[in-house]
Design a protein around this ligand. Structure first.
Ligand SMILES: [Ca+2]
Length: 149
């Protein structure tokens, strides 16, 4: 039983840590506040949702999300990522370096970054036109939490 728990914890470890980090950022904009039971329930639901999305869009059952699968998965989540951005995402999060696709952990990390940056951008693009004007400081404050997370 302990061995099974350890294997599950190892398997979901990185995805859990990433979701946990983003949850903390979302709660307070910093790592100052520790989440309670409600937030942990939200975290587990988010992880279950990410797993479901991964499995639904890994259409060839390769255990990895390739470029087309990533495009479709992100689109299903409401993120119409342009092809140029999609290529950058794949090159960054496909850790094999051999265009074999994203494993689950890297898929979650990629998805969280796209989700977080898109939500931040929408705060500046209130009319949802797809463009926004922002200062250098606003841009840096928008992007840096995702780089250092
Ligand atoms: Ca696949």
């Amino acid at each position: 039983m302990l061995h099974q728990f350890a294997n599950n914890a190892k398997r979901i470890g990185k995805a859990f840590f990433l979701c946990f980090s983003f949850l903390l950022l979302r709660l307070s904009g910093s790592f100052d506040r520790f989440p309670g039971p409600t937030e942990f329930a939200t975290l587990w639901k988010a992880l279950r949702d990410w797993r479901g999305t991964f499995e639904r869009f890994d259409r060839d059952r390769s255990g990895r999300i390739e470029t087309g699968e990533l495009r479709d998965a992100l689109l299903s989540l409401g993120y119409a990522v342009p092809p140029s951005v999609l290529q950058i995402l794949v090159s960054k999060y496909d850790k094999t370096g051999q265009a074999r696709g994203l494993d689950y952990d890297n898929f979650v990390e990629c998805g969280l970054v796209v989700k977080g940056l898109t939500e931040k951008f929408k705060e500046k693009d209130v009319k949802l036109t797809g463009s926004a004007t922002l200062s250098y400081e606003a841009f840096m404050l928008m992007v840096l939490p995702f780089i250092v997370a």
